[in-house]
Unconditional design. Structure first.
Length: 428
């Protein structure tokens, strides 16, 4: 029989890692609340046509990486490779964009069939942020400032910000023609992927990581030389706000995004500690996407953070372990099982902030003490036959040299509240 194991590129996040993930996610959500962004929860599966129309047939995601399948009704469905398309679909379907603005966020797994490597998995997790109905560069700047605040709270250093403007669809079309002429004159230096992109999406050649093409790409004409006035003014407004906020950035005229729907502002936060998968956060404007799906024209901007990459960078030294119990309740003898479990429930009612691990399954006191010590609990509360008979509890300190003590049952909540500095709710 074959060994049971996860699908390649899809990994479990085990118990010793989940506290770090929870701390990171909670920290980010707190910041999103500070900026009054609201959570929207989206399906993992969407109709395939949503992504082919949104992302573009000529992108690597659609042509190579999507997990698509036919359901029993012969409808083509796809595990979401990114979140923006689904967010736009939900906004149109539920009328969220009609004469109103929206600041939204979502989180969850995304799926792309890529070669697994560090920082790039086939199932990966993102937090996505989207704003709809805002025309000016101020909302672009707000989202970049939000990112900077997230890095600060998670104590992540060494991230660099790159920004660019892709202009309007009209200016990109003119630039596309110039770029095709340039790279066509140097076809012999293009790799296989770039030859395909030359015919389908020449701007993506600028994003090539092939070092053999670096000098060719560096010498290519840049979009900023052909930017329309509207986009140039928008980009200047963004830079003015970032300069005022003392946010350091680099204008990278070769920064493009791998999705067709982007225009005007694009940005990426990059780390030099992640190897080839250096982008931690990427986003930009997609003003034409809502209209592209048949709804009224709605300006929009957003970004996504790769959580696996963020876990690699965040400082978790002082992260509290919220799964480690405060109390380990030792129970000895059949007669003590029921009152012991009911006692634990009573304490949870009176001290909602407490974590109690009740011993289940029997066993000697010696074995129970070993488990209590291994659990990391601060205190062991002992309920044996003697304690049960005398309506008492024995308290043993597991992390200090203090002598054990004996208390009456009704005193336990106040004792624990004082010892552990947890607020006690009086019993009714």
């Amino acid at each position: 029989m074959a060994k049971l194991q996860a699908v390649r590129g899809m990994h479990d996040i085990l118990m010793h890692d989940t506290p770090r993930w929870q701390f990171m996610e909670k920290s980010i959500k707190n910041i999103l609340n500070q900026y009054s962004y609201q959570e929207i929860r989206l399906p993992i599966v969407e109709k395939t046509e949503l992504f082919t129309r949104s992302i573009g047939d000529n992108t690597d995601i659609v042509s190579k990486e999507m997990y698509s399948f036919d359901d029993r009704n012969d409808s083509s469905l796809t595990l979401r490779p990114e979140g923006t398309a689904g967010c736009v679909r939900a906004g149109i379907e539920h009328g969220l964009f009609h004469n109103q603005t929206q600041r939204l966020w979502y989180t969850g797994p995304m799926f792309r069939h890529e070669r697994p490597q560090k920082g790039r998995q086939r199932q990966f997790h993102q937090i996505g942020i989207e704003a709809f109905g805002f025309n000016g560069p101020d909302i672009d700047a707000e989202q970049i400032l939000m990112c900077a605040r997230i890095w600060q709270v998670l104590n992540i250093n060494g991230l660099s910000l790159e920004i660019n403007s892709l202009g309007t669809a009209e200016s990109r079309l003119k630039y596309r023609s110039i770029l095709v002429d340039y790279f066509s004159a140097h076809k012999d230096q293009l790799d296989e992927d770039s030859l395909v992109r030359l015919a389908q999406n020449p701007l993506r050649i600028l994003d090539s990581k092939n070092r053999d093409m670096a000098s060719l790409i560096k010498a290519a004409p840049t979009l900023d030389e052909h930017l329309d006035n509207e986009s140039a003014d928008h980009f200047a407004g963004l830079r003015e706000i970032l300069d005022g906020a003392d946010v350091q950035y680099t204008v990278n005229p070769r920064l493009v995004r791998g999705l067709d729907y982007y225009g005007k502002t694009v940005f990426e936060w990059i780390s030099n500690e992640l190897g080839a998968q250096s982008t931690v956060c990427a986003g930009g404007r997609y003003d034409g996407l809502v209209e592209h799906h048949g709804a009224s024209s709605t300006p929009a901007v957003g970004f996504a953070i790769g959580l696996e990459r963020l876990v690699e960078l965040a400082n978790f030294e002082n992260t509290p372990n919220t799964h480690m119990p405060h109390i380990y309740l030792l129970i000895s003898g059949e007669q003590a099982v029921k009152p012991g479990l009911l006692l634990a429930e009573q304490i949870r009612n009176q001290l909602p902030g407490i974590r109690i691990l009740s011993h289940c399954g029997g066993g000697s006191f010696k074995s129970q003490f070993k488990k209590a010590d291994k659990s990391g609990a601060e205190l062991a509360v002992i309920l044996g036959e003697d304690e049960l008979e005398n309506n008492q509890l024995t308290i043993k300190y597991l992390r200090s040299e203090e002598a054990q003590t004996v208390i009456k049952w009704p005193e336990l909540a106040n004792f624990l509240g004082t010892t552990l500095s947890i607020r006690v709710i009086p019993s009714k």
